[in-house]
Design a protein around this ligand. Sequence first.
Ligand code: HEC
Ligand code: HEC
Ligand code: HEC
Ligand code: HEC
Length: 238
Amino acid sequence: MRKISALLMFVFFLLASSKVFSAGPHEGLDCLGCHDPHYAKAQKIFKVKNDKYINPRTGKKTQGINALCLGCHNLTEFGGAGVRPIFLHMTHPVGIKPNPKIAKVPEQLLRDGVLQCVSCHDPHPSNPNWKYLRVDTKNGSQVGVFCMTCHPAKVDTKFYGVTQIKIFTSMNEETGPGQFSLDDPNLVIFNPTPNYIKPLGDYPNDIGPAYMTVPNEAWIYSPDPAKLPPELKSLLNK
Ligand code: HEC
Ligand code: HEC
Ligand code: HEC
Ligand code: HEC
């Protein structure tokens, strides 16, 4: 609980210092708002994780990267930090495997084959687009160009005068951040975390550490060893 109120105060501080936001609100999170180098809660050393909110589309708790975003972007009683809450029961579907008749989603935009928040948003501060969308919508005046990424049969391309969609990604350090066409070999937007970062269990936000890095030699600490996944348990028994 204390951690959540600390996060709320932190967010309030961010909101109060408007200068921090001049280049987009995530700037003020200063990397550590989303990534924790030592006491991470999830994949890619994510700092927060919503472990309460049920996705009405799946009937399960929110998974993967969605759980990071909703760790802030939901009301506190639903496992978030009260920042611009996103309610999944009134949101575009997320957490589902796309039906190809409804959406034609480029493979690189899925995570584990599933549509997630990052399918539409690249949340890194380097993204100059409106609302951190992956496509430039001219400040929200051409949202159809963005929807066209996955629903091309619905969009009148002539209206926008657009022939090629450019996708923003910050996920390829070899090229730097930028816009890439879908057939561009430099469009690397999925880069799986090396598997030496192992989840040790499903812990709420105010209990840490939930994740540990496991170097070549197994060195494992868990507040509840019973909850260790089998592959780590077997390392302990060695
Ligand atoms: C709003 C939350 C947020 C902030 C702030 C943020 N990140 Fe991230 N970061 C993410 C997400 C989400 C991913 C996974 C993105 C994906 O799969 O497309 C990620 C992935 C990464 C990765 C892994 C890339 C890979 O190839 O696996 C690195 C490195 C990283 N971020 C560094 C940073 C740095 C440095 C900063 C500060 C400048 C930062 N992040 C700020 C959310 C954030
Ligand atoms: C550590 C908390 C935190 C996390 C995690 C986080 N955000 Fe945010 N986000 C913020 C704050 C703070 C703002 C600014 C809110 C405001 O201005 O009212 C914001 C604003 C936004 C905005 C609006 C930007 C604008 O220009 O109006 C979008 C879109 C957004 N976040 C998407 C995401 C996505 C997608 C993720 C997950 C990949 C994510 N956020 C994860 C804290 C977070
Ligand atoms: C990154 C890909 C992607 C983008 C971008 C995208 N969609 Fe979707 N959309 C999907 C997927 C996937 C589904 C769900 C398909 C399914 O049910 O299997 C979907 C479903 C829908 C549905 C049906 C919702 C329902 O409840 O059945 C609507 C309407 C829709 N999208 C509108 C939009 C609009 C409007 C935009 C632009 C603001 C947009 N989409 C952008 C991938 C996308
Ligand atoms: C199908 C694409 C799509 C998906 C998936 C998606 N978003 Fe968005 N999001 C948008 C668009 C378009 C906007 C800008 C229009 C708006 O504000 O409604 C937006 C706006 C936002 C905003 C800013 C709202 C504001 O008040 O300005 C936040 C925060 C946000 N999204 C977070 C999320 C989170 C968290 C997820 C995952 C649970 C998510 N988005 C998934 C397309 C998407």
